[in-house]
Design a protein around this ligand. Structure first.
Ligand code: G3H
Ligand code: 13P
Ligand code: ZN
Length: 304
């Protein structure tokens, strides 16, 4: 059975650590992150974006994660990431996702509040929890994009959380999606984060949190990737963000880079081998390794 995102995050909120949210798109990514969770006895939140659903199909990805949660002896929740299409959100609720995110960050405050509240009520009726976002997390992915970062206003956050009844809350404090997060030094608004935690007192979510580790970038570049200018959130900033109240940390880019490095290396070293299992097996292993590093950093080790 899928685990409850709300229960997983309430425990993290109470004991001050963060649970990994890993974006998944295919079987190898699911197996890689789940193996990491099993090895380190960590709860996991696996998440499908609208782009992942477009690629893999909601029912198919749902069954993959449900089966994994039945085979693995750790709590695994399934979450809808950056839901903007209300029909997709309603479908995920009906299907039995553990939680959904309504991303109304592109809407005016009142409209974001109105729809978030409506969807929170709907989700709660089915025993499902809801993540909301206020402010704008920058960066661009397939279907998730915003040109610039607008920091979350703590006063608005308090009002928004109280009036919508959302279960966890995504903050915009300077991170952005993708591999190009900062020009120069990484700067996160920990002052804003601390204030939001103080006034909302609920589990908080950090999007755009990938570390873009240099050794992985170098490895991918060695085998042909072009990644000039990539820069992620340093581990020290992640640790501080957890101390200041972050309980769910979203990672997609680091998984993509690990997968890419694994595939490139194999193809470069074994040009005669065209067996997909040989090509994707090492990529799955790279996913496991980076997921274990994230779990260790977040402090969710042995919290299953
Ligand atoms: O937050 C965004 C995730 O990285 C999902 O990206 O829309 O390309 O699947 P995607
Ligand atoms: P990254 O692009 O930093 O991995 O962020 C992913 C994310 O926020 C998914 O919601
Ligand atoms: Zn995100």
């Amino acid at each position: 059975m899928l685990a409850s995102t709300k229960i997983i995050l309430q425990k993290a909120h109470k004991y001050n650590y963060a649970v990994p949210h890993f974006n998944i798109n295919n079987m190898e990514i699911v197996q890689g992150v789940v193996q990491a969770g099993v090895n380190l006895k960590s709860p996991l939140i696996l998440a499908t974006s609208e782009g992942a659903i477009k690629y893999g199909g909601m029912n198919f990805l749902y069954e993959l994660v449900k089966t994994s949660s039945e085979l693995a002896n750790i709590p695994i929740a399934l979450h809808l990431d950056h839901g903007r299409d209300v029909d997709i959100i309603k479908k995920a609720i009906r299907l039995g996702y553990s939680s959904v995110m309504f991303d109304g960050s592109h809407l005016a405050y009142k409209e974001n509040l109105r729809i978030t509240k409506q969807l929170a009520n709907l989700a709660h009726k089915k025993g499902i929890s809801l993540e909301a976002e206020l402010g704008t997390i920058g960066g661009a992915e397939d279907l998730v994009s915003a040109k610039k970062i607008i920091y979350t206003n703590p006063e608005e956050a308090k009002d928004f959380v109280e009036r919508t009844g959302c279960d966890f809350f995504a903050v915009a404090i300077g991170t952005s999606h993708g591999a190009f997060k900062f020009k120069g030094k990484a700067h996160l608004r920990h002052d804003i984060l601390r204030e939001i935690k103080r006034v909302t007192k609920i589990p908080l979510v950090l999007h755009g949190a990938s570390g873009v580790p240099e050794k992985m970038v170098k490895e991918a570049e060695k085998y042909g990737a072009k990644l000039t200018g990539v820069y992620g959130v340093p581990n020290s900033q992640i640790k501080l963000a957890i101390k200041n109240g972050i309980n769910k940390i979203n990672t997609d880019t680091d998984l993509r880079l690990a997968f890419d490095a694994g595939v490139r290396k194999f193809l470069a070293q074994k040009p005669q081998d065209f067996d997909p299992r040989h090509i994707l097996g090492p990529a799955r292993e790279e996913i496991r390794k980076v997921a274990e590093e994230r779990i260790t950093l977040f402090g969710s080790i042995k919290k299953a």
